[in-house]
Design a protein around this ligand. Structure first.
Ligand SMILES: [Zn+2]
Length: 700
């Protein structure tokens, strides 16, 4: 068992981060690991240790990185009150929703040559576990989920900022706070932004009855409900599949596998819910007193999330930076797939916080990572983050204006040395490479303006010619081995990728490419990038893993999904080929919420318009929105609702079945690398083809 009296790494007396890498005992009272895989053994039978080249790169980084700056370690352990006597939190469904003990190997006082030293440092910092005092009246539980949960002491009870991803972890955190600090009711919840790791656990801290009775307020930034669901629906299945790469969903916690997720260890796997806010903060700056606590909200739309807000507490002299400033440079482009964010807007909102609150704040805290204390330190970190986002935007565009393209920028752009030497400007959630490409993509798009890349062949169509011209598989493998053996991994990747695309069944080629990707993965600072390379290696060696069954959106999320979004997603599911030659107009009436739509199939394309009805409809469906949700969640089929009289049809009833036959059911099992298809999948059958519930997505 791990040491129960202290947060995992932070109760140690070592304050010099450099010492963490220099042979000093780390976890006082540490013992047997709870990780399933022994830390010194690769979890995969084909897995390789770090090469001499990888080791040399990692050793050099240990010398070059600013390890003498140990401020983050002091701040991460400051205010520690207690850790709970458990490392696992059970889900209501019976499985383990959370287990920080999986990462115990990080506290084993070892330099891992399979982990970038900067990432290992971040991974250790993220092992903070338990209850912490930020300031009198402000407490955080850390290490219970991907995010922190924060408790502000009001006159009557707790104001909860960001109730984690899952009801189970949020409930456990509240119970622990009440146990240690005295039981108090929750009087309000604040959602800082529209990502699920900041609202999903709300049902673990409040009862909906109390919200309806007006006893508990839920406060959120403008646009919250629009984005809480919509960001992840249209391309949701592709995002879920890509999560396997960015979040390394199937990689065991191990020095050879998953070590961290930059803004925390990982996401909890429990019940994700959503209760709609009762109070929306809509002004750019808005004051509000909640349970006797004065707050000044700063809306920051279009930064880390499309709906997000910082909060300043004037009496407490405390600044909450939501997820706008945490212990990482964040994603401008999220590898699981998302619209590219705006680093200039982000930088400007940090600047506004600095100028509004930077000279007043005694502590700055956030929804991930650890707080910063003292005006000087707060201003240093705000400036550091303001400048790294601004530099990323400006310097990349400077280079783009001189002709550097989206396909080169990651090999050209470097943050200035003065920023590289500060931990607060290091990229973990993002990476310098994929964020710099994102800036060009945002302004100029994906095309590098070379006509040969404008309408290129698909990789599988061009690869056979390359393989033929290079003299066939044996020659490529021989050359690939030579490049691998001399540490020239990106060149090896280039030619082996062609071979794997030309010969997806060539396991020797896939294994060698996996070895190459693995070494590149070990060398990455950003866990998003590391996981992508290591997950790619995993799938090349073993195929797409079986048994992956992400949950569908729960009832709360379906309730929050607008009817229009549901119909838009149905239109995305339409297989246009199956719709050839078919045409119809359906009037849809939702009497309980006074909505009406026309759903029209024409030109093999499905569209909808809200607020209209047509006189020449082939069919009119009248259904309560609450009953429609049963179908959206696949709890009931449309036929059942018709049989029960809950869906009333007037006109050509057969159209519903015809439409269902044209709709695809998406599963996150498609190949991302050639020749990796799973033999069988264990995904649950969707009982009702008309309504595929979108899959739950938890990443950021
Ligand atoms: Zn978050």
């Amino acid at each position: 068992m791990i040491n129960r009296q202290m947060p995992l790494p932070l109760g140690i007396s070592v304050v010099a981060a450099k010492l963490l890498y220099g042979g000093v005992a780390l976890a006082a009272g540490g013992g047997a690991t709870t990780a399933a895989v022994p830390a010194d053994k690769h979890f995969h039978p084909k897995g390789k240790p770090p090469s001499e080249f990888t080791k040399a790169i990692i050793r050099k980084l240990r010398e070059e990185l600013p390890f003498k700056d140990t401020k983050d370690f002091e701040e991460a352990k400051k205010g520690f009150i207690a850790a709970p006597p458990y490392t696992k939190i059970k889900a209501d469904a019976g499985h383990v929703a959370w287990d920080i003990g999986r990462y115990q190997f990080l506290l084993s006082n070892k330099d891992f040559d399979t982990i970038h030293p900067s990432l290992q440092r971040q991974a250790v910092l993220n092992m903070g576990y338990g209850l912490f005092k930020v300031k009198d009246g402000i407490y955080q539980v850390r290490g219970y989920d991907l995010a922190n949960i924060t408790f502000i002491q009001g006159k009557k009870g707790w104001i909860v900022f960001d109730p984690l991803t899952a009801a189970e972890t949020a409930r456990a955190a509240l119970a622990f706070v009440n146990e240690k600090l005295g039981k108090r009711p929750v009087t309000a919840v604040v959602y800082s932004h529209s990502h699920a790791d900041h609202f999903g656990g709300v049902r673990g801290v409040v009862d909906e009855k109390d919200i309806r009775a007006g006893k508990v307020q839920i406060i959120a930034p403008v646009g919250f409900m629009d984005y809480a669901v919509s960001e992840n629906v249209y391309a949701g299945n592709a995002m879920n599949r890509r999560m396997f790469f960015q979040y390394g969903v199937l990689l065991p916690a191990s020095p050879f596998g998953h070590v961290d997720q930059s803004i925390g260890k990982n996401t909890a796997a429990g019940n994700l819910g959503l209760i709609a806010p009762t109070r929306i903060i809509s002004k750019s700056i808005e004051k509000l007193t909640v349970d006797g606590v004065e707050m000044i909200f700063q809306n920051t739309p279009g930064t880390e999330a499309p709906a997000e807000m910082n909060t300043y507490f004037p009496k407490l002299k405390a600044l909450w930076m939501a997820e706008n400033v945490t212990g990482t440079v964040h994603n401008i482009y999220t590898l699981r797939g998302a619209l590219v964010r705006d680093p200039l807007k982000w930088s400007k909102e940090i600047n506004r916080s600095l100028y509004l609150f930077g000279d007043k704040s005694e502590v700055m805290f956030a929804s991930h990572s650890w707080p910063r204390w003292g005006k000087e330190r707060i201003q240093q970190v705000l400036r550091c983050q303001r400048d790294i986002y601004a530099n990323l935007n400006n310097q990349v565009l400077n280079l783009a204006n001189k002709g550097v393209t989206v396909n080169e920028i990651h090999n050209v752009y470097q943050p200035p040395k003065v920023l590289q030497d500060q931990w607060c400007a290091r990229s973990y959630h993002g990476s310098v490479e994929h964020n710099s490409r994102a800036v060009i993509n945002r302004y100029l798009g994906y095309w590098d303006a070379n006509p040969t890349t404008l309408i290129p062949l698909s990789p599988k169509d061009s690869a056979p010619l390359y393989v033929e011209m290079m003299g066939g598989a044996d020659k490529i493998i021989a050359r690939g081995k030579e490049l691998y053996g001399s540490g020239r991994y990106k060149l090896a990747m280039e030619i082996l990728n062609k071979l794997v695309f030309a010969e997806p069944d060539n396991q020797a080629a896939k294994d060698l490419l996996a070895d190459v990707l693995e070494q590149i993965g070990y060398q990455q600072e950003s866990p998003s990038v590391r996981n992508s390379f290591l997950a790619g290696a995993y799938e090349l060696r073993s195929g797409i893993p079986q048994g992956a069954s992400p949950k569908s959106l729960g009832p709360d999320m379906l309730k929050a999904m607008s009817t229009e979004l549901f119909l838009d997603f149905m239109a995305i599911r339409l297989d246009s080929n199956k719709a050839q030659g078919k045409e119809f107009k359906i009037n849809i009436v939702l009497p309980d919420i006074k909505e009406k739509f026309v759903l029209e199939l024409s030109n093999a394309t499905l569209t909808n318009i809200k607020g209209y009805q047509v006189a020449d409809a082939n069919l009119t469906i009248t259904i309560k929105r609450s009953d429609l949700e049963l179908m959206m969640g696949a709890q009931k089929s449309f036929d059942q609702l018709v049989a029960e009289g809950k869906a009333k049809l007037k006109g050509d009833a057969k159209l519903v079945e015809q439409l269902a036959q044209m709709l695809d059911v998406f599963t996150p099992t498609f190949e991302m690398l050639p020749g990796t298809t799973a033999k069988k999948t264990t995904l649950p059958e969707v009982p009702n083809k008309l309504a595929q519930p979108p899959l739950e997505l938890r990443g950021e």
